[in-house]
Design a protein around this ligand. Sequence first.
Ligand code: SF4
Length: 354
Amino acid sequence: MAYYIRDFVSAGPVLSPRRPTINEFFLSSYTLNIYTGCELGCPYCDSWLYSDRLLNEIVRVPLDLPQRLAAELEQVDRGDLIAITALSDPYQPVEQTYRLTRQTLQVLADRGQPTLLLTKSALVLEDVALLQRMNEQSLAVVMTTLLTVDPRLAERLEGKAPPPALRLEMLATLRRAGIPVGVALLPIMPYVNDTDSAIRSLLRACAEAGVDFVVWDYLHITNERHRVRINEILARLGSYPVSYYRDIYRNQPTVQPLYRQDRDSEFLTRCDGLAVETRAPHRIYAGKLSPHNEASLLLKHAAFRDRAAGRERMAVLHRELADVVYAGTPDDAALRTSPLYPTLRQVLGRTDAG
Ligand code: SF4
């Protein structure tokens, strides 16, 4: 168990600056981190990059965060989604003592602010009534991270996190309660959870749990420190070819395009076969975000599919349009270049939320 330190928000806002482009995985314009530190301490977590080695030993509890957030929300558009997805799990064990996530959700609910939570913990089920209220008023989405459905591999990759089967059961329960749910298959690690059979098992389990959508991305090796951590994980799991970084990463932080293309194609084929959506479907957020955000997401999600289908120019066009629309200055002639034009016109024709 970690040490808990009662604290106050240090200088500066609690919300991130508004994103320059909408986040197509989490539908978000802002990110919010509730606790500082994460007891679950998953070795592959990006949070290790932003913290010292005490990430999972000390958790700071900023008691005034809900009040600070309430004040900051006055300046936030009610059609912008806040994603509680960053750097720590909002339902890690400390939540049982301080209920800071619950208090934060109450602030977001009072304001009618669309919200998305990413958690591995079934403790979220204790707030299901609040989430239902939020989803009725605006939008509340819950996602979990899943790397594998193999309990032995999960134990070695993220031994302190709840087992994958429990996470999927939690999503199924939320879904039955009317809350939209998604799975973040993050990160996909070459040679660890990227084989055809691993992908098939993961997606089949998601389909059986009835999740509304999945997203995935590949392990980023942002710096030398992270690379050392990843090497330790690989060493614990078994032997890996020396070509690991040379061929798949070529000393870059991200995987090579050919590798990405190949694995993306496997994911997409499996998702289509199982009728699993590969981004949050429109029905989840239709009319619940500002028209500019909604249209921007439709364009980004279309760009993702365009790229996968080899429609490279259309993918670039849709991505560029998405950013223009998000910034709020869509030009009708530019919109007409997209096959989505009738839907975009309809969405943008609505009065802005809030
Ligand atoms: S639960 Fe999430 S935030 Fe916490 S250490 Fe694991 S991956 Fe990082």
